[in-house]
Design a protein around this ligand. Structure first.
Ligand code: AQP
Length: 354
């Protein structure tokens, strides 16, 4: 994606010319983490500010691929919406909505279930990680998760998808589905999407294990910083973050084989809006006893206004619902003609006339 988010090269085809349209989503499967903020939300706001057409989705249909308590799902959906808004998403400039309010996602996903191959899905590492040893007992939805994700993106003819490193494989599958659909039906209909994986925090790691992704569903709350954590909790989690006994090195190469140290330096860089190279120059030679309080102070400074704003927004759930409903109507207006054309390409009769 270019800095100015200018329209990319256009291909005229059966649809309108493809232009830059950004789509991304986050699951309401628990509270937001620092990983979600740095790897996703902060970047979503940057794209909005660059003037791209931005569509952001709270992917509740994805969340239920593992069990969600219904009351918790409703609360988490509103809280995630509050997280988007508090981070700087402006619902008049971006479209913000929850996935289940636009039926086209599930409808297009079914078509893609018939395009994607079992072998492709069998290779998805996220399914293997999430299903663990209990594969036989995983939901069919968890297995088919990537086809729904492809539908989310292609339902809008999105061209650019900002995600963290963990979603790269799913994005490649989305490209494969678009290419196979276009090939099978002899059309040039779905765009081949570009992942936008940029910045120092495309993979924020657990504070307890620098080889594992920071995740909202990790059983240990100490492994992550939640956007709702207060200043004391953030400082305590950073103080207790696993590290090694060596001081910080002079260069990034010196972080080789030190995943926990590397993670904290990357987090520092992302929060300070500097590169990891600049970050290591600032903290070179410091012991963790000195670096961790610096990091905690910066994290609190950056996150406290967001968490305060989220709490204020959560006091008015009706307003959040209104914003999501309005976003869903606007998203649906883009999605419906694309879905209808797709049905037509596939050969489904459309005779209701409404
Ligand atoms: N640790 C991370 N570092 C960088 N980016 C991250 N993202 C998630 N964790 C990190 C990015 O956040 C977006 C939304 O992710 P998601 O909630 O839809 O699903 P996920 O990647 O599975 O996130 P979690 O926190 O691990 O959720 P659970 O625990 O429910 O599975 C994506 O762009 C993702 O890359």
């Amino acid at each position: 994606m270019t800095d100015t988010a200018q329209p990319t090269a256009t291909k005229t085809d059966t649809a309108a010319a493809f232009k830059t349209r950004v789509f991304s989503g986050i699951q309401p499967s628990g509270g937001l983490t620092l990983g979600n903020y740095l790897g996703a939300l902060k970047r979503f706001v940057e794209l909005q500010e660059r003037g791209a057409e931005t569509i952001y989705c709270i992917v509740d249909l994805h969340a239920i691929t593992v069990w969600q308590d219904p009351a918790a799902l409703r609360r988490n959906t509103r809280e995630l919406a509050a997280g988007f808004l508090a981070s700087g998403i402006d619902p008049t400039r971006s479209i913000l909505f929850n996935q289940s309010q636009v039926p086209g996602h599930a409808q297009l996903a079914w078509i893609f279930n018939c395009v994607a191959r079992m072998g492709w899905l069998n290779r998805m590492t996220q399914f293997k990680d999430k299903a663990g040893k209990n594969r036989e007992n995983a939901s069919v939805g968890l297995f088919a998760y990537p086809t729904l994700m492809a539908a989310d993106i292609l339902l809008y003819h999105a061209t650019h998808v900002p995600v963290g490193e963990d979603q790269k494989q799913h994005l490649e599958l989305t490209r494969d589905i678009a290419i196979k659909f276009n090939h099978d039906y002899g059309v040039d209909w779905f765009p081949v999407v570009e992942p936008v994986i940029e910045g120092p925090a495309t993979r924020v790691m657990s504070l307890r294990d620098g080889t594992k992704k920071m995740s909202k569903s990790d059983p240990s709350d100490m492994s992550r910083i939640n956007l709702t954590d207060d200043a004391d909790t953030i400082a305590r989690k950073i103080r207790k973050a696993r590290t090694d006994p060596e001081p910080l090195p002079e260069t990034l190469e010196g972080l080789e084989g030190r995943p926990e140290a590397r993670n904290l330096v990357n987090i520092f860089a992302a929060l300070a809006d500097i590169t990891p190279e600049q970050a290591i120059r600032q903290v070179a030679g410091k012991q963790f006893s000195e670096f961790k309080p610096m990091l905690a102070e910066l994290a609190v400074e950056r996150l406290a206004p967001i968490s305060r704003r989220m709490a204020e927004l959560m006091e008015d759930p009706a307003e959040i619902d209104r914003i999501l409903g309005d976003g869903a109507r606007r998203a649906d207006a883009i999605a419906t003609p694309i879905l209808e054309k797709t049905y037509d390409i596939v050969g489904m009769l459309r005779t209701r006339g409404d």
